[in-house]
Design a protein around this ligand. Structure first.
Ligand SMILES: *Cc1c(COP(=O)(O)O)cnc(C)c1O
Length: 441
């Protein structure tokens, strides 16, 4: 492993090395096959922005999901930015979003003059449920952005029935849910627009960064295609006389024909370059063939954890609608403080035992940028209670060895027994308590 020269980089490296079971930044596993296609691509001398691999990756993705349109972009964040663009949000429109997510799910909304309504989550699944969604709908509600938290699908059939009744567009943030299933169908096909991330922490990666937008609507797919490839997102009309006809230049000397053969009416957005490069797409094609196996391994690890946790009253695991396939991007369980198990202390004990812990996700509405827009504590009491008192994530990653999984299991068992018996915390663990998050006031 290469050490970063910066002090923060070395510090982080040193910290990760000190854990028997690090919570890996790497969520996906790359191997010889990926290295092989990269070497082949580079040696071929092919144009690395050419699009051959990109189109093939998108075709495989469409096939995997059974969805008519899939357009790759450079990250999950960009996918969400573009998806939100498609909503054509106007002053006073309202968008309902979950607070239990990574900030990218809602962040683009800061750029619009809209009212954001954070929707409290269900304490069992950590997802937005149909009742919570319906209770926030007004005549101005334009869209719902939901997340299949950790890879556990939301209860989509009733949610979509409500959305259809009110003419609300639904965006699925599927960053955790590639490889999951809801009643035999895949996230990204359950609503209007699906957004995926191929960041290195996700279920598959396109070499570090990447994303995908899935759609059913041809017009929207055309808009996404323009936005991501430096065309203005506008209403175009066929020109009566193309400029090409009025110049002596050969057509091949000109830029691609579209700009010269079409007139431009209403411009909605200037577009950007969010094109996924060929090496990323080439790796994506390989990763997609491994997806089911990678998720199978995640599921196997998750089942092992669930077996241990089942022995402890006061502990429950994240659960959702049936029948679903949980993609286990995250493994989440909850402790009940009334049972004597205190979350912060439990996390500190695990940390002191060499199991690196990370908590996901700080409720979005309490971040400074949303507080500055008049959101505050008390808005989503369930999400707040879960995050500040109950929620725990364990390392769950297909790159973990059997030995590491066994170590998590035995240490989890040990520390839960210590919690139940209220054994005093060790000094090493006590030190870690200081670094734990507290509810900001
Ligand atoms: C990772 C993630 C994103 C953003 O994806 P990037 O590819 O990292 O930009 C969006 N939403 C959720 C829920 C995520 O976990």
């Amino acid at each position: 492993m290469t050490r970063c020269s910066g002090s923060w980089g070395s510090w982080r490296w040193a910290v990760e090395q000190s854990y028997a079971i690090p919570y890996p930044q790497l969520g996906s596993v790359l191997g010889e096959q990926e290295i092989g296609v990269l070497a082949q691509l580079v040696n071929s001398g092919e144009n690395l922005s050419g699009g051959r691999c990109r189109e093939e990756f998108e075709r495989c993705f469409r096939e995997y999901l059974s969805v008519p349109y899939a357009l790759s972009v450079t990250s999950g964040t960009v996918a969400l930015e573009i998806a939100i663009r498609l909503l054509d949000l106007d002053v006073g429109d309202e968008v309902i979003v979950t607070p239990q997510t990574y900030k990218a799910s809602a962040q683009p909304l800061l750029n619009y003059p809209v009212k954001v309504r954070f929707c409290d989550v269900d304490p069992v699944s950590l997802n937005i449920g149909p009742e919570q969604f319906e209770s926030l709908i007004t005549s101005r509600t334009k869209a719902l952005i939901l997340v299949h938290y950790g890879g556990l699908p939301c209860e989509m059939d009733p949610i979509m029935a409500i959305a259809r009744r009110h003419g609300i567009t639904v965006i699925e943030d599927c960053a955790h849910a590639l490889g999951s299933e809801y009643r035999g169908r895949k996230p990204g096909t359950l609503a209007d627009i699906g957004c995926f991330s191929f960041h290195s922490s996700k279920n598959i990666t396109t070499l570090g960064e990447g994303g995908m937008i899935t759609l059913f609507d041809r017009t929207l797919a055309d808009r996404v295609d323009r936005i991501r490839s430096n065309e203005a997102d506008a209403v175009y009309h066929e020109k009566v006389r193309a400029i090409r006809e009025r110049t002596s230049a050969h057509p091949w000397m000109m830029h691609p024909g579209f700009a010269f053969t079409h007139g431009c009416a209403a411009i909605r957005y200037g577009g950007t370059n969010a094109t996924l490069a060929e090496p990323n797409a080439a790796v994506g094609i390989v990763q997609l063939t491994k997806l089911d196996e990678l998720v199978r391994r995640r599921t196997e690890i998750a089942a092992t954890y669930t077996d241990v946790l089942a022995q402890f009253p006061g502990v429950r695991v994240q659960e959702g609608p049936d029948p679903v396939r949980h993609g286990y991007h995250l493994y989440t369980f909850f402790v009940d403080p009334a049972s004597g198990i205190l979350r912060d202390r439990l996390v500190s004990r695990l940390d002191a035992h060499g199991v690196q812990m990370q908590l996901r996700y700080f409720p979005l509405h309490l971040l400074p940028e949303w507080r500055a827009r008049d959101h505050d504590a008390g808005e989503c009491p369930v999400a707040e209670r879960m995050w500040f008192e109950q929620q725990v994530n364990l390392p769950c990653h297909p790159g973990m060895t059997d030995r590491q999984v066994d170590q998590v299991v035995s240490r989890l068992d040990t520390v839960l027994r210590q919690e139940v018996r209220n054994v005093p915390i060790t000094s090493a663990a006590a030190h870690e308590v200081e670094g734990n998050p507290q509810c900001p006031k």
